[in-house]
Design a protein around this ligand. Structure first.
Ligand code: SF4
Length: 201
């Protein structure tokens, strides 16, 4: 006969989070109810520019997951998975070329979010998780409606629920957590374009 602890564990939903950095993860992990959800992590970030930045984000996430007993999956870092979908929109010889800077940025971020969430959903299905989501929902700089819509599109296409919660009020909690634990506080979203934009803005 199953014990009550076993029963509770069986009732918990498995929730795979795409993790962008330890700062955002720290808040998501703090507020997700562990009696209802078992959080698992997926560090899939081909968009992150620069090995040093990528490695630092990853080592902080590994440390956090080790200390908090979160299962973490880390696929190979392949930056072309970020560039392949976006390049036709930057190529002047392509019919998809977008000249306008604002429109290009919007398109680029949509494709980037689709890539990251799509792969997270695939991985969630592979590991028989009940839902997928992303710690990017902690950022006040992200377009939440857009992420939500992309998440729902992927939910319909891949037949696995997208878990949406507005985690934005924990943005500063995450930054403080990272500072107090000597972890990286990212200064740009991830890609080389965002690194340049962060300097200019
Ligand atoms: S700014 Fe952020 S969301 Fe947009 S393409 Fe770059 S890494 Fe992706």
């Amino acid at each position: 006969m199953a014990s009550s602890d076993q029963k509770e564990n069986e009732d918990r939903k498995k929730l795979l989070f795409h993790i962008c950095c330890a700062a955002c993860l720290s808040y998501v992990h703090k507020i997700i109810n562990p009696e209802k959800y078992e959080i698992m992590g997926y560090f899939y970030n081909p968009q992150v520019h620069g090995r040093t930045e990528y490695n630092k984000r990853l080592s902080d996430v590994r440390k956090y997951c080790d200390e908090n007993k979160i299962d973490l999956t880390v696929p190979e870092y392949q930056i072309q998975e970020f560039f392949d979908p976006i390049m036709p929109y930057q190529d002047k010889n392509s019919i998809k070329y977008i000249k306008d800077k604002k429109r290009w940025r919007t398109k680029r971020c949509q494709l980037c979010h689709s890539q990251v969430l799509g792969k997270t959903a695939d991985e969630a299905k592979k590991m028989k998780a009940n839902m997928f989501s992303t710690t990017m929902l902690t950022s006040p700089y992200k377009d939440h409606d857009e992420i939500w819509n992309i998440g729902l599109e992927i939910e319909r296409e891949k037949k696995i629920p997208f878990f949406y919660t507005d985690f934005r009020k924990g943005y500063w909690y995450g930054r403080n957590y990272a500072r107090n634990h000597s972890m990286l506080i990212p200064t740009y979203c991830g890609c080389s374009y965002s690194a340049e934009e962060a300097i200019l803005e």
